[in-house]
Ligand binder design. Sequence first.
Ligand SMILES: *[C@@H]1O[C@H](CO)[C@@H](O)[C@H](O)[C@H]1NC(C)=O
Ligand SMILES: *[C@@H]1O[C@H](CO)[C@@H](O)[C@H](O)[C@H]1NC(C)=O
Ligand SMILES: *[C@@H]1O[C@H](CO)[C@@H](O)[C@H](O)[C@H]1NC(C)=O
Ligand SMILES: *[C@@H]1O[C@H](CO)[C@@H](O)[C@H](O)[C@H]1NC(C)=O
Ligand SMILES: *[C@@H]1O[C@H](CO)[C@@H](O)[C@H](O)[C@H]1NC(C)=O
Ligand SMILES: *[C@@H]1O[C@H](CO)[C@@H](O)[C@H](O)[C@H]1NC(C)=O
Ligand SMILES: *[C@@H]1O[C@H](CO)[C@@H](O)[C@H](O)[C@H]1NC(C)=O
Ligand SMILES: *[C@@H]1O[C@H](CO)[C@@H](O)[C@H](O)[C@H]1NC(C)=O
Ligand SMILES: *[C@@H]1O[C@H](CO)[C@@H](O)[C@H](O)[C@H]1NC(C)=O
Ligand SMILES: *[C@@H]1O[C@H](CO)[C@@H](O)[C@H](O)[C@H]1NC(C)=O
Length: 642
Amino acid sequence: MLLGTLLSLAVAVVGTAVPNGQTLTLNGIAYYVSGIPVSVLRGHNASVFASIATEGMDLVPLTVLSPTSNTSLDSLLSDFMRRDDVFQPSFLRAVYFSKSAKVDATAPKSDLAVLESYGNSLVLSDSKVQTTVSNSTLAILTTQLPNGPYFVSKNTGGVFRAYRLYPDDNLAFIQGAISDENGGFLPLPGVTENAMTKDVAVPSRLYYEPTPEHPLAGLRLGVKDIFHVQGLKTSGGSRSYYYLYGTQNVTAPSIQKLLDLGAVFIGKTGTVQFANGDRPTADWVDFHCPFNPRGEGYQSPSGSSSGSGAAIAAYDWLDLAVGSDTGGSMRSPAAVQGIYGNRPSTGAITLDHVLPLSPALDTTGIFARNASLWAHAIQNWYPNMRKNHTSYPRHLLLAGPGWDGQGITPEANRSLSTFVRGVEAFLGSRRTMVDVSQHWRDTNSPTTPSLEEMLYLTYATLTSVDQYNHLATPLFADYKAAHRGRQPFINPGPLARWEWGQANGGNASYEVALRNMTTFRSWWETSGYGQSDAASCSKSLFMSVYSAGTTDYRNQYYDAPGAPPLGFSTGRIAVLGGVPEVVVPVGESPYNSTISLQTEYLPVSVALQMARGCDYVLAELIAGLEEHGVLKPVKTGTRLYL
Ligand SMILES: *[C@@H]1O[C@H](CO)[C@@H](O)[C@H](O)[C@H]1NC(C)=O
Ligand SMILES: *[C@@H]1O[C@H](CO)[C@@H](O)[C@H](O)[C@H]1NC(C)=O
Ligand SMILES: *[C@@H]1O[C@H](CO)[C@@H](O)[C@H](O)[C@H]1NC(C)=O
Ligand SMILES: *[C@@H]1O[C@H](CO)[C@@H](O)[C@H](O)[C@H]1NC(C)=O
Ligand SMILES: *[C@@H]1O[C@H](CO)[C@@H](O)[C@H](O)[C@H]1NC(C)=O
Ligand SMILES: *[C@@H]1O[C@H](CO)[C@@H](O)[C@H](O)[C@H]1NC(C)=O
Ligand SMILES: *[C@@H]1O[C@H](CO)[C@@H](O)[C@H](O)[C@H]1NC(C)=O
Ligand SMILES: *[C@@H]1O[C@H](CO)[C@@H](O)[C@H](O)[C@H]1NC(C)=O
Ligand SMILES: *[C@@H]1O[C@H](CO)[C@@H](O)[C@H](O)[C@H]1NC(C)=O
Ligand SMILES: *[C@@H]1O[C@H](CO)[C@@H](O)[C@H](O)[C@H]1NC(C)=O
């Protein structure tokens, strides 16, 4: 012990300071400048920056530019302003023309005039470009950089990426992250002032251009904090888990695939503890529940992918967020936040290095604010999808409550009716109302137990026993070993579920639950509404109302959590059938807020489902509905379309 202390002291004494980057403000906008240079500017000296540097500051904003012969500098800069929220004209005070730049040789004055109109007073360039720019200063970047805003150190010539800092006012993130420029990530060390929240840093969008190999290039990505990411700790919504296991050494392959496709990871988002079902606010003991931005801002974000859903609904500086769905953890947040979010066919992509709820049922999906982006991401992400369809499903089936307009507002009913008519026109087929439980009775012998009876305990048993075996047992053992035999704190919800699973048969019941699930799944695929089709992949498009815009205030008191969710409902079909389902926003419903004392609006959302393996055609259909105006992109903030 003493030796250990001495050794660590010795390390501290000989250790040198490690730069953590710094935060600064440019023209009122907060930036983070990482401590890791991505290139070095050589051949100049610090005095060239004298006219633009801030007294006593080493960092100077710089834009790397490479106009091509067919884009004028003027239109290139307009494009920067339109596409990027990190870039601003203050970065143009110093400009570096990179090697490939084609500054208009016949009219160098005009390019200079454009730059000057943006406030430029220093042009750096390598020798080749200098011939066309009479008063540029000779300098060379040791590593070529993509166009965009950077910060350069006057003293060392080190060039750093520019990150804009955004406050996480909705508490959607657990932690912001930046690239370590070496395949891994670092926790964002920069924080500005905010109430309880952290800042999140986003790099310039100009660094990235989509290509066939990188179709998601530059799309900013948040990831639910149950996926391991190299260089960051994983919380799973548990402080005990976060501190016990420390920094993770691997990135979950499902997330790595998104990074390989070009997505830009910017941080970990909040999750219900271990992806269970905590409700705000009393159940969320270890962390505070993220804020749903819709309505007056005090509605539950649902869960368990609460932070991922809230972040997409609240922040236009974020494009995509990954979550997971075992029993509704993607679909419910998508529904109540009025965004696009799916659970895929089970097994669509590996869930290695992801905290498990139930490996038999766990899936991972994506949230986005519009159908085309959501479909683009899904279609590039999952490896196991049938892509050979030649048509869309011919049967449009409507199931579950809500379609008859009972118990919902006239506005919600109108949104649902308009949507169904749009889908009918798109598919060229009329709706059929179906009753799944009745269909089960019709296609089974009279002595077969009802669906409600067979599946009453199935989901509860699979999840509570699986997570007890695969997560709770090793966590308790590891924690005990590290903390003098203590048991870690667990939120009341997951703890009650694990206890319920052990008190209700444990492994023995699990085997029965698995058999019941298999019975349901094979019925759904052969005699139910999940049959496949050679031409359209899925014989039917199966739709249910997922949310009609009813309130779920976050300041409600409930009874203490007990058993896991029991019973059978339409939302369980995708879970137990292993089939793909996506929730989409179709409208808004008004309510008189007991908090704001004003009329507010909440999203109305529908779930669309197809046969197992048909994720690709489902995504294509959703994108097609948006192209035809049946679905619409949504905005961030309180309202979907305003
Ligand atoms: C730095 O560069 C400026 C302008 O290029 C030049 O006038 C000055 O002599 C240089 N200073 C040093 C120390 O090299
Ligand atoms: C610019 O021109 C080149 C060839 O002249 C062409 O390959 C490229 O696509 C053009 N780029 C744009 C943005 O038009
Ligand atoms: C560049 O040179 C021209 C002519 O020599 C001069 O008028 C102009 O002010 C210079 N621009 C800068 C940014 O130094
Ligand atoms: C990461 O690797 C280090 C060194 O091998 C190890 O001590 C640590 O436990 C690993 N962390 C995790 C979370 O596996
Ligand atoms: C969808 O979202 C992406 C990224 O947020 C955006 O670039 C694109 O323009 C949006 N598309 C539509 C149709 O709104
Ligand atoms: C719901 O809307 C449909 C179509 O507009 C209408 O026929 C039906 O009466 C409405 N139902 C209720 C309960 O308002
Ligand atoms: C399995 O199904 C039977 C009826 O067929 C039912 O009695 C039992 O409760 C179910 N058990 C589980 C764990 O799903
Ligand atoms: C239950 O099953 C798991 C494996 O799925 C096993 O590790 C565990 O020991 C079993 N528990 C009991 C009490 O048999
Ligand atoms: C598509 O592939 C499936 C099997 O993977 C096959 O059954 C089906 O006939 C194919 N459909 C078409 C239109 O080729
Ligand atoms: C809101 O309250 C007003 C006045 O009590 C009532 O007329 C109206 O129907 C209510 N609106 C909703 C959506 O409940």
